[in-house]
Design a protein around this ligand. Structure first.
Ligand code: SF4
Ligand code: MSK
Length: 625
């Protein structure tokens, strides 16, 4: 029997989402919510991480009646292996993204491309110096050539540790060394995780978990950090600016192009092409008033941070944005792009365009974009979108709201500059208790959770307690839509945070970028710990991913914990089938790395847990609670 559709009010916090789900239903278009209903109830054994498909003696399901797989693996081994591979998948995603940036830098220095350039030369020199490249009196291309060799080396297996460990407090590095957790090379740790989880290798769950942590650290301090830093070098280091968010950023009178995925390499070129006066004139000749590029997910975050382009939405808005009927093209790179977008685009005049060999979508229009042809290909794509405008069916257009204002662009460089050139004023505010601590709220939406309900409630609860919030990834749009990313949001904050943010003219919730940009938060924590001569685990800080869904979010959560940051998840990964693994995650890691996961589905309670943690850490530093 067909299941009754769930009321839209239960599915999303937002009017724009609810309106588009209703429109989709009226038009007979399935979205993530219908598909979730068809897929539930989920298999309990898989949910607990107790199914194994790692060899053809199986697949095996570990149950009370059959407590070991055909090979003899028990629940602990199966769960740890599954989680290890899950984390390896996430680390691979971020880090391969980082590698793509190294390749663009290489194409710049070898002259293979003129579409990209080194935009922030001082930053390039700064990070080159940090990782040991000789900088003084050398040409920028020579420095860049050496830097990219160092970064390529970070992916390999010939080093004892990855380069950006130069940023990590010594006490933390000592902990990693003692535990055998020091990340050596990005690809090495990922490959070793695949090796360890082959049948007959690492059959000791805690040992597998330690390597999962090492793999995630190679992402956070390696692939992701390289991705963030080189994106700044190539496209510019973000600084604060104003923009807008929600489906209202899609304009009825314009050619609308949505960029989706994670890597700015393609989307920056789409934006450049959309600003080409010749192509704008072509759009106007068809009756549009211009070309509008808006963002989805993390490619959106990248362009929002640096170029101020508006955000149409986060993960669960990606299908709904097309349902406005006013989107001429969705241009994607990779990660978090639901394959359903091809079918939904096909219900309208929307062109769905993929651009990466490693992320092809059956039914999409493919453009093979490389550094050498990027701008020329981007122009063709934008022209396709312009052409599609003439096919738009005005009777099916419904843009359900007006956009809200948001402030963006908080890189560490921008924050330090706003503080007068050093972190000292922030440290003083923490010491005085005006800013009691900080929590990064990061990650996704998940259709199992009312969209953004946890993301927003947690952020609001924390700022009330004078805890500064940093947001990245899909939490950005959530916080923006809730009015938290504007300076006026200090009215929702506690008195201390209100005073500090009010004096600086900044929101109490700072947009820190995309998923890979969680590396900026790691770097900030390390800088604070180094300034105070303590470990990261001594700081009054935390991390949270309330509505996470992806392998990448698991990798982020684990590198945060392994870096000493207490980390909240709104729901558990598929590990509950093993007491050993679960206990390690929620308590055992505390003894090993000075931080652990906490699972709490109620965001108000989660905020209380952060409050308790921050009080304890403040006390440990000799500060008032
Ligand atoms: Fe079964 Fe072991 Fe093969 Fe996994 S590795 S499928 S538990 S026999
Ligand atoms: S896009 S990983 S849904 S944050 Fe980075 Fe959003 Fe999560 Fe993807």
């Amino acid at each position: 029997m067909a299941k009754e559709p769930r009321p839209v009010e239960e599915l999303s916090l937002w009017d724009d989402a609810q309106a588009m789900i209703t429109k989709a239903r009226a038009e007979g278009i399935d979205t993530v919510y219908e598909r979730l209903q068809h897929q539930t109830p989920h298999c309990r054994i898989c949910e607990q991480g107790l199914s194994c498909r790692n060899c053809t003696m199986g697949p095996c399901k570990i149950t009370a009646k059959a407590p070991r797989g055909v090979c003899g693996a028990d629940a602990d081994v199966v769960v740890a292996r599954n989680f290890g591979r899950f984390v390896a998948g996430g680390s691979a995603g971020h880090s391969d993204h980082g590698r793509d940036l190294i390749e663009v830098l290489e194409a710049i220095v070898t002259g293979e491309t003129t579409d990209y350039k080194i935009t922030d030369e001082p930053k390039l020199r700064r990070i080159a110096e940090e990782v040991g490249v000789t900088v003084a009196e050398r040409d920028v291309k020579a420095v860049a050539t050496d830097l990219l060799e160092v970064f390529f080396g970070d992916f390999g297996s010939r080093k004892k540790q990855i380069s950006f460990l130069s940023r990590v407090p010594q006490k933390r590095k000592d902990i990693w060394k003692k535990l055998g957790m020091t990340p050596r090379g990005v690809d090495r740790e990922i490959a070793e995780m695949m090796h360890r989880t082959h049948m007959g290798c690492d059959n000791d769950a805690p040992n597998t978990m330690i390597h999962a942590a090492r793999t995630s650290l190679s992402d956070g301090w390696g692939g992701s950090m390289i991705g963030t830093e080189l994106s700044d070098v190539i496209f510019g280091t973000p600084s604060p600016s104003m923009s807008e968010a929600n489906l209202g950023v899609i304009k009825e009178d314009k050619v609308n192009i949505l960029v989706h995925g994670h890597n700015p390499v393609v989307s920056e070129m789409i934006l450049a092409a959309a600003r080409d006066p010749q192509i704008i004139a072509e759009a106007k000749a068809l009756g549009a008033t211009g070309i509008n590029v808006a963002g989805l997910c993390c490619t959106g975050n990248e362009l929002l941070m640096r170029q101020g382009i508006p955000m149409a939405g986060n993960h669960l808005m990606t299908e709904l944005a097309i349902i406005t009927g006013a989107v001429e093209a969705v241009v994607v790179d990779y990660q978090c792009i639901m394959p359903s977008l091809v079918q939904i685009s096909g219900c309208y005049h929307t062109r769905f365009i993929d651009t990466a060999q490693k992320a092809r979508f059956t039914g999409a229009i493919h453009f093979d974009i490389h550094p050498s042809n990027a701008l020329e290909q981007a122009r063709e794509i934008v022209r396709l979108a312009v052409k599609a405008y003439s096919e738009r069916d005005a009777s099916r257009v419904d843009i359900p709201c007006e956009p809200v204002k948001i402030m963006t662009g908080f890189s560490n460089e921008a924050v330090i500059s706003a503080l007068g050139g050093t972190l000292d004023p922030l440290i003083q505010a923490i010491v005085a208790g005006d800013v009691r601590g900080a929590v990064g709220i990061v990650g996704c939406n998940n259709p199992k959770i009312k969209q953004d309900s946890m993301n927003v409630t947690l952020a609001k609860e924390l700022i009330k307690k004078d805890i500064l919030v940093l947001v990245t990834g899909c939490v950005t749009t959530a916080a923006g839509k809730a009015g938290l990313l504007v300076p006026e949001a200090i009215e929702m904050a506690g008195p201390g945070l209100k005073k500090v943010c009010g004096a600086l003219g900044i929101p109490p919730v700072l947009h820190y970028g995309s998923c890979v940009d969680n590396a900026r938060i790691l770097q900030l924590c390390a800088a604070l710990a180094n300034a105070l001569n303590v470990d990261i685990s001594d700081l009054p800080v935390g991390a949270s991913s309330p509505e996470w869904y992806s392998e990448k979010a698991a990798a982020i959560g684990l590198y945060a914990v392994a870096s000493g940051i207490y980390t909240h998840l709104g729901h558990p990964p598929n590990i509950l089938g093993s007491e050993t693994v679960t206990n390690l995650a929620v308590s055992g890691l505390e003894d090993l790395v000075g931080a652990s996961f906490v699972i709490e589905p109620d965001p108000v309670k989660a905020a209380e847990l952060f409050d308790i943690r921050i009080k304890a850490k403040r006390k440990g530093l000799g500060l008032s609670e």
